[in-house]
Write a protein that binds this ligand. Sequence first.
Ligand code: G3H
Ligand code: 13P
Ligand code: ZN
Length: 284
Amino acid sequence: MSLVTLRDVLGPAEKGHYAVGAFNANNMEIVQAIIEAAQEERAPVILQASQGAIRYAGLEHIVSLVKTATLGADLPVVLHLDHGTDFDQVMRCIRHGFSSVMYDGSGLPLEENIATTCRVLEVARAVGVSVEGELGKIGGTEDDISVEERDTMYTDPLEAKRFVDETGVDALAIAIGTAHGPYKGEPKLDFQRLKQIRELTGVPIVMHGASGVPDTAIKKGIELGVRKINIDTELRQAFTGGIKSFLAAEPENIDPRKILGPAKEAMKAVVKEKMRLFGCAGKA
Ligand code: G3H
Ligand code: 13P
Ligand code: ZN
């Protein structure tokens, strides 16, 4: 099946009140683990590549790996750029066959973020590619964050409304207390802010940094309008954990296939578990 867009998978997720998993891939084994998990769970899936993944594997390799993996899969698969911060890089991804892109202008002043997101959308709309935007600073993991700090880092609901009204993005990444990478303690999410943003914008919300977020908080997020959930760190932990335990048991083994095979299976198990948690299993 050919690649689909965020609109194709998030529209049904809106109607069905579930979220679609977005998993980061960097190499062949990871792409295979994600697509095989989606097939076994009959789940729509978003496979995303960061700028770092593209530097590592190469743009052509990422696109052909994903297209090859989806050839026999009768599933909606989105190939999405994760955190594209450079306009030209976003354009290259569109030209090479990504069906969706994230333009991350969250480090820019609001006006500039809106202006560049609009430029991305103008091109993306013309060629049928979907766009995720970002507003707010996803990052601080500290539990003792003050209210003033929250207000400067977290997404402002009124700014979110303006951003969505002026850009028309297909999905919006917001900062409500999640962070990339492992958490030190349990993350405390600002659900009230999520609720307000969702009520004001009506747009599908993206939860970044979802590795390590407790299942109850994931479910509450979905109830309040989270429709795309990004997972990378837990995939890395499973993959690397698989390699470490294999080599601990067989330190003399030098066959990369034997070493990476169990790592891929460990990662696949995490992807399947997340698909069930997000409610997208059985929806393809
Ligand atoms: O949001 C970040 C993703 O986990 C990708 O990380 O830039 O190290 O590939 P990366
Ligand atoms: P984690 O690595 O914390 O799962 O975050 C992934 C992410 O948000 C990718 O954009
Ligand atoms: Zn992210």
